[in-house]
Design a protein around this ligand. Sequence first.
Ligand code: GLC
Length: 738
Amino acid sequence: MKQTELQALLADMSLEEKIGQMVQLTGDFLGQEGIVTGPEGRIVVTPEQARLTGSILGVSGADKLRAIQEQVLAGQPHHIPMLFMLDVINGFKTIFPIPLAQGASFEPELAKRGAQIAAAEASAAGVHLTFAPMLDLVRDARWGRVMESPGEDPFLVGAFAEAMTKGFQGDKLSDKGKMAACLKHFAGYGYPEGGRDYDNVELSERTFRDAFLPGYRKAVEAGVAMAMTSFNTINRVPSSANRWLMRDVLRGEMGFDGVLISDYDAVGELVSHGIAADDREAAKLAILAGVDIDMMSPCYLNHLQELVESGEVEERLIDEAVMRILKLKNDLGLFENPFKDADEAEASRLILCDSFRREAREAAAKTFVLLKNEDAILPLSAAADETVLLSGPYCTERRICGAWSFPDTYDNIPNVLERVAEGLSGSALKAEYAPGCSVTLRGSILKDKPEEGMTHEETEKAIREAAEKAAGAGKVILFLGERFYQTGEGSSRTELSLPGMQMDLLRAVSSVNPNVITVVFSGRPLVMTEIEQLSKAVLMVWMPGTEGAGAIADVLLGKREPEGRLSMSLPFAAGQEPLYYNRFRSGRPRFSSEDIKGYKVGYIDIDYWPHHPFGYGLGYTEFTCSPVKLSADTLEAGGSITASVTVKNTGKRAGSETVQLYLRDAAGSVVRPVRELKGFTKVRLQPGECREVAFTITEEMLRFTRLDMRFASEPGDFEVFIGHDSLTENKAVFRLQA
Ligand code: GLC
C-alpha cells in the first residue's frame, strides 16, 4: 500500500477499530493454543474485541496461522491483516547457543547468521515478528535473564544488536525468510537491585546513558522495526509510563520511529507499581508515554475508547500509534500478502535441516570458554589407548537450549553420550559411562517434575560406582550444570552454584583420579573456584543449543577449538555481584592482587578481582602480543591515530585469538571507567604465523556524558590497552588535543 492509501484507511476506521489494533492477546483468545509467557486470567475479551484485535503472540505453525488470518480478514471491517509475534530468541526450532554464549564468541557475524536461520524457519511457520534481540546490558549474574543478553559491555552488546537486527530483518521486511525484530527491554531492565527480576533499577543518568543505552541505540540505527518497554522503573518511573524515556530519549534522541509495544501486562502493572490508581489511569499514562500496543493487559482494551471520548486523551495520539502499526504491517507486505511466508512444506523443508544443524554446531564451539587446561590435557588424543570415563547428569540431558527455546520435542536434540561416542568411534580411546548423579535430587524445590532425579541414597550409590570406574580410567570427563530454567525470566538466584550433589560427584572422582575434565552447562556465570581446583580442565559451554553436544565432542577431540571469551565476568563468590570490568577506580583503587587489603576498595574475605575477567578464555595454542605501537602520540580533533600490535601463534596448533582494544580516559570532568572495550578482532593463525592487528582510534570513541551533561570528549591523556582480555597491561599513551 502507498502512504496515501494507509492514511485513507486510517481515516475510514472507527475509534473501536483503531483501538483494536493497539491490543495484543495470546492465541487462546482466538481459539488457538500457544506459548504463554506471562500471568493469565486478568483479561476477559468479548467476541467483538477479539474480532478487532490487531496482533497475537505465542502462536506458530503455517496452517494454524493461515487459518487465523483468514478468520481475521473476514471479520475485520477493513480486512486489516493480523500480526503474528513470537519469542524467537536464539532460534526457532534449530536452536543456537543462548545470546550470552553468542556474545562470548566475539563474532557478531555468528549471531547474524543465527538470526537469519531463525527468521527463515519462523517466517515459513507463519511468524512475522520476533521479540528479539534482547539488549539489556547485564552486570549481575544473580539475575536469571543474563542468559538472554550479549553481555556486560556496551560496545559488545552494540555489535550484537546490529548483527541480530540485520540478521532477522534483512534489507526488506517483506522479503521471503525475513521477519521484523524488536529491541528489548527498553530500558535498563538488566540491572535490578540484588539481581531480583522486576525489581527497582537505580542508575545515574550518566551511567544509564553511557553504559546501558548504547546497545539499544545500535539496534535503532540498524533499523529495528519495534521496541518493547521494560518492566522496571527508571528514575522511579516504570518504563511503560515513562514519557522522558519513550518520547524524549527513544524517539527524540535516538530517532526511533517504529512501533512501541509494552511487555506482557506491563501497562496493567503500573497499578502494582503504585503510579496508576486503576487500569483506566494506567491506560492513560501508557498512551501519553507513547506505548502503541498494549500486550496482554485489559487497559487499552477496556478504557482507551472512553478516555478518548471523554476528551482526556486526544484521538491524535491514537492515530499516530495506529499509523505506526499499519506501516509495520505494510512494510511486511501483509496488505498484499496477508500470509507472507507461511508454508507448511517450506517449513518442514527448512526446520532442523542438516545444513542449519551443521551451522548451529560450528557456532556453538565458538562460544565455549576454556577456563583452564592444565598440562594441555585437552584436546584428547585420539591415538591414546586409554579409557575415558564420562559421567554426570549432562551426559544424557537433552534440554540444553536455554529457557527461551521451545523445541517441539527434545528427542531430536542429540546428547553428549551420543555425540562423544560417535566422535570416539574409530579412535583408540574407549569411553565408559557412569551416571554419577542427577542435576537435582528427586523432590527438589526447583521447578523440576518431583519424580525427576535420583534420591539422596541413589545418588550416594551412583557416586560410589562412578568413583570406582574413575579409579581405573585414564581420564574422567564430568558433564555438570544448572537446570536450563535456572536462568531465564523469573529465575534469579542468590547462589551461583551447581544444584544437587554434583560437587560431591566431582570431589569423589577427583579424589581417585587427577585427570578430571569438567564441562559446565549454565545460562549464567557460576562460582567455579572449587571446580577449577579439582579439575585439570574446565570448559564453560553455557546452553549450547540443538547441536551443542556435537560441538562439545568436536572440541574435546580437537576437531574444533573453543574460541569463546567471557562476555560476563566470572566471580569468586555471589557476594561479589554485581561484577563488571568497566568499573570506576574509587579514591582508594586496587591495581593488582598484590595490593594490601584494608583501607582499599574491596573485601577482606575474598579477592577483589573476578575469578576470570571479561574477555578471558584459553584456546588450544598460545599467542604472544607485541607492545602497543601508536602512529602518533597526539590525536587532533577530527583526526585519527592507529594502534597496532603483532600477534604470533607460538604454539603447535592453528588457532584463533580475539584481540581486544580498550581505552582509558586518565581524567575527566566526572569519574571514568578503568577501561572500556572499543574494538575487537579475531585472527586465525597457523603455528609460528605472525599478523599485525591494527585499530583506528578517533575522537568520537572518546566521548561520554560529561559534567555538563553533553555527550562529548575532553582533551587530555588516554591509555590504549591491546591484549587478550580486559586485564591486559599491554599499553601505550596518547593525548587528545583541545
Ligand atoms: C515476557 C518477557 C518478554 C517477552 C514477552 C512476550 O514477559 O519479559 O521478554 O518477549 O513476555 O513473551
